[in-house]
Design a protein around this ligand. Sequence first.
Ligand code: DGL
Length: 269
Amino acid sequence: MRIGVFDSGLGGLTVFRALRNALPTADLLYLGDTARTPYGSKGEHTILRYSRECADFLCSRSIDALVIACNTSSAIAIEELKKDLPLPVFGTIDAAVGESMRGENASIGIIATHATIAKGAYQRSIAQKLPRVEVIAKACPLFVPLVENGILSGPVLEATLDLYLAELREKRLSTLILGCTHYPFLRPAFERYFHGEVRLIDCADAVAREVAGALTQEPWTNKAVTGRSEFYVTDEPSRFDYLARVFFEQEQPQAVQVEELATHRPCGI
Ligand code: DGL
C-alpha cells in the first residue's frame, strides 16, 4: 500500500508520524509545498489550485490513497479532490472533531489559519455533532511562519501567544482544537500558556486511525510493500530536512526538491 500525504510545509509531518506508527509497512510519500507556504493566508481559488497540484504530483507516483495533512486544504479542497480522484481521500477536520467528542465539552475553541476559520468547516462539523456546545473560533496566521522558521520558544512566540490566545484563556475553555497541522509543534508552549487546564486536540492520531481502519479492509494491503518513506518539497530542502530531523526520532528525512508541481499528470488520466 502506498499512501500520499501532503501539506503546505512541515506541519503534515505530525500526521505522517502518526501514519508511520499506525501503518509500519506502508510506503508513505510526503510532499511539503514549501515554496508556497503558508496556504492559510491565501484565497480559496489559489488554495484549491495548489491542493490539486499536490494531489496530482502524488498520484503520478502511483499511490493507493491520499491523506490531506493540512486543515486549510481539507477545509477548501476535500470535496473537489474526493470527486476528482479515483482513490480514497482522507482529511483532517472530521477526524479532529471526532477526537474532541471523546471527552467533556462545555466550550470548544478552534485555532487555525485564516482560510480554515473563514470557510467555517470546523464550526459546521461541531454544530452538527455537538449542537449545544459553545464554539469560539480564532484565526492565528503567524503560528505557521514561526514553525516553518523553527521558532518554537522565545519572546516572539510569547508575544504571538498573547496576541492570539489571551482572549481564549480568559474564556476558560474545556477543549482547544489545534486546527492546523503545524500547531502540534507548539504544543508545549500551548500547554504552558493554558497552565495545562485545557484539553488540546490535534488531528494526527485520529486521522491515522481512520486511514488504518479504512485501508486495512482493502485488497491492496497485501501488495508487496517495504515501509519506505519518501519526502518531496517544492523549495530548497535543507531547512525542511533540518527541522524534520529535529522533530523525528527515527526518520532522517532527505527530501528531494520537485521543480514544477503543475506539470505532473493527474491521477488516472
Ligand atoms: N498545516 C496547514 C494546516 O493544517 C497549513 C498552514 C498554512 O500553510 O497556512 O492548515
